[in-house]
Design a binder for this molecule. Structure first.
Ligand SMILES: Cc1cc2nc3c(=O)[nH]c(=O)nc-3n(C[C@H](O)[C@H](O)[C@H](O)COP(=O)(O)OP(=O)(O)OC[C@H]3O[C@@H](n4cnc5c(N)ncnc54)[C@H](O)[C@@H]3O)c2cc1C
Length: 305
């Protein structure tokens, strides 16, 4: 990592060595990353990603960590985060909004309503960054963020800049082909609100979503809904609400949430996820697919077989 240190003397790059990933996720678990690198501008990002590609150093990207679970073991290589230059937000003409991938979704939603623009309500109450939301096509019910995208900018893992318009990517339920890039900026097409609607939306924005466990650590929904059913309903029907392993518990409020009651380790959470999958499969013959990303030294989406 000597070279990464020297990059930090030339670029707006912040480095944290042996940084516990538990500090960077809403679930509050995860072992140390060899280096957590926060690129505060485009030059720093490009230099770091080029270095990782040329030196074959493992590198992965994290936003606000609200949909990822890191394993307990140390993670070799670079964990990348986007910093200051990627958090900007601007209203464009024609009901468009351009925002950096590190912009918090909640801020994008609130600002868009203040600008008199609607569309982002599908992300009401969803924590995390715009980049993370696009990578997983976050949303609620049938509405999700990728349908609002006009254009995105980003980098490939070989550090080449890319700009893609909506005809050049595809998305579906909690997936988007753009997740293969390091997204840096997006332009969203919204629609104008009349003042009455704007007042209503602002009032709604201030109320809290009531169907989520609050005040506890979680990663949102663990599993995707299988076609025609709800993962939470199946988990509840399997009698698993409130089941614990260590300090990891199937939320008594929303069965598709696993919560960290304080001192859970990633191993406890992963064991509970395994148990849920096994029981649901035994009872209903359905294999639940993960919505949350599990990241370990072995790479993304650690197999849970
Ligand atoms: C209490 C709670 C409620 C939630 N409710 C919902 C909900 O209603 N609907 C919903 O869809 N989700 C929900 N989530 C899940 C989560 O908030 C979303 O998936 C969110 O969009 C993830 O953003 P993030 O910045 O935290 O991404 P992270 O969790 O940090 O990363 C998720 C994935 O996105 C990738 N990624 C992050 N940034 C970028 C980027 N710039 N470019 C490319 N890839 C990137 C990461 O590599 C990773 O694979 C909830 C989570 C919590 C904790």
């Amino acid at each position: 990592m000597k070279h990464v240190k020297s990059l930090a003397t030339q670029y707006e790059l912040e480095l944290l060595f042996d940084e516990p990933m538990a500090r960077h996720t809403s679930m509050g678990v995860g072992g140390p990353a060899e280096v957590l690198a926060i690129a505060h501008d485009h030059d720093a990002l490009q230099a770091l990603v080029s270095y990782a590609a040329e030196s074959h150093t493992p590198i992965a990207l994290v936003g606000s960590g609200t949909n990822v679970i890191f394993a307990d073991e140390p993670l070799p290589g670079i964990m990348l985060k986007l910093g200051r230059a990627f958090a900007e937000l601007e209203r464009q003409e024609d009901a468009e909004l351009t925002a950096g991938a590190a912009c918090q979704l909640a801020r994008a939603l609130e600002e868009s309503i203040r600008y008199g623009l609607a569309g982002l309500e599908c992300c009401w109450g969803i924590p995390g960054t715009l980049g993370g939301a696009i990578a997983g096509n976050a949303g609620m019910g049938d509405a999700s963020i990728c349908s609002l995208l006009k254009k995105v900018e980003g980098l490939t893992w070989q550090a080449e800049r890319v700009t893609l318009t909506s005809e050049e990517f595809s998305f579906g339920y909690r997936r988007c082909s753009l997740s293969q890039y390091i997204l840096t900026r997006a332009t969203l097409t919204l629609h104008s609100l009349d003042p009455e609607e704007q007042k209503k939306l602002l009032a709604m924005y201030r109320t809290r979503r009531r169907n989520q466990p609050t005040g506890v650590r979680s990663s949102g929904c663990i599993f995707k809904n299988p076609g025609g059913d709800y993962a939470g309903r199946l988990i509840e029907r399997a009698g698993l609400k409130g089941t614990t392993i260590g300090d990891a518990m199937v939320s008594p409020m929303h069965a598709n949430y696993v919560v960290n009651r304080g001192r859970a380790r990633a191993a406890d959470i992963l064991a509970l996820i395994q148990l849920i999958r096994k029981r649901v499969n035994e009872q209903f013959g359905i294999t639940l697919e993960l919505e949350v990303k599990i990241i370990s030294a072995a790479g993304h989406d650690l197999s849970l077989q």
